[in-house]
Design a protein around this ligand. Structure first.
Ligand SMILES: Nc1ncnc2c1ncn2[C@@H]1O[C@H](COP(=O)(O)OP(=O)(O)O)[C@@H](O)[C@H]1O
Ligand SMILES: [Mg+2]
Length: 207
């Protein structure tokens, strides 16, 4: 490293969460459509052969946005395997998430962040505890299972109850990501909820 750069690094310290967010979001947005498709296929293969997936009946997933790895093949696989698939919906009262039943072709409606959600009556929503497996999008992860999201803290707030549980920890949390979203070490905050697994197009990380 040239001396000037070294001095800059010492002055500015390790990258902040917002620096990492900016870098990882930019990197994943640069992936071509073909590479995105290849990653989706490899991700689906890597997840669907795992026991934790096979044994899960109620699975929540997400619709890809902002260059996130696209789990559409997982959704199709789960439906074909007679599992129940849910998508996150924003609670109108708190900044936390519920999960609404979803089938490809379900009617969608944009929430206050312009993210599509299933249009269904709130009486059909379930809370996180009802799920066996929650597949989460993320912006960056580290091999210890730490997750950096888009900065809204929605999943952390929704899953805060897991911090106080010793047993019956449900759901299992699996982050889905492109391998390029890995970073050596993330700084965590007291409210961050770590993941049990991370699955990329390359491999499964078990924490
Ligand atoms: N359990 C919680 N209770 C209250 N606020 C929370 C909780 N979890 C997260 N937050 C809030 O959400 C904000 C964003 O969280 P952060 O972890 O930075 O985002 P993300 O997980 O999306 O990367 C934090 O500044 C924090 O104030
Ligand atoms: Mg967080």
């Amino acid at each position: 490293m040239p001396d000037d750069n070294k001095a800059d690094h010492i002055k500015s310290g390790p990258p902040s969460a917002s620096d990492i967010r900016q870098l990882k979001r930019a990197q994943r947005k640069l992936l071509s459509e073909i590479v995105q498709k290849q990653h989706s296929q490899a991700l689906c293969q890597n997840l669907t052969k795992q026991g934790i997936y096979k044994n899960s009946k109620n699975i929540a997933c997400y619709l890809a946005n902002d260059g996130e790895i696209d789990p559409y093949l997982i959704i199709e696989h789960a439906r074909f395997s007679c599992k129940k698939v849910y998508l996150p919906v924003l609670s109108p009262l708190q900044n936390s998430l519920y999960f609404a039943p979803y089938q490809p072709g379900s009617r969608l409606i944009l929430n206050r962040f312009s993210i599509p959600e299933p249009q269904c009556h709130p009486s059909k929503w379930v809370s996180a505890q009802h799920l066996d497996l929650l597949l989460l999008p993320l912006v960056a992860f580290d091999p210890l299972g730490n997750r950096l999201g888009m900065g809204g803290g929605f999943y952390d707030r929704t899953l805060a109850y897991l911090k106080h549980r010793q047993h019956w920890k449900k759901p299992v949390l699996a982050g889905l990501a492109h391998e390029i979203q890995k970073t050596a070490r993330l700084n965590t905050q007291s409210w961050d909820i770590p993941l049990n697994f991370i699955i990329t197009e390359k491999q499964l990380y078990t924490i």
